[in-house]
Design a protein around this ligand. Sequence first.
Ligand SMILES: [Zn+2]
Length: 128
Amino acid sequence: MCTFTGAIRVLFQALSDMTSQERQVLQKKITETIVKMEKEVERLEEATQPISPENSIGRVSRMDAINNKGVSEAALRSSRRKLSSLRLALTKVDHPDFGLCSRCKQPIPPARLMYMPESTRCVRCADR
Ligand SMILES: [Zn+2]
């Protein structure tokens, strides 16, 4: 990175509502959540493997297995969605616009970002 871009970046960070320290904390938090979600997706992928018809678990257990599989599939879909928004959030965490609501452009409270780093809207706008 050239010095000029670096200086601009520092300036932007100073101007934005989120301090660079807050960004660092958030970046760490997002990275940790990504690792956790990757493990979760892996686990769910295993849980959603096709149930082999020849296995000897009996009819009732098999029904259970099919039900559980449905639940896991739904969880897998939402985990994958969350994972991709987290990865996106991680690429944008250094951006001056990060932490601003995509709708009203007001800063999203850092507490909300810590809880849901993938959120791109403030609480008010997310509810609409
Ligand atoms: Zn908003």
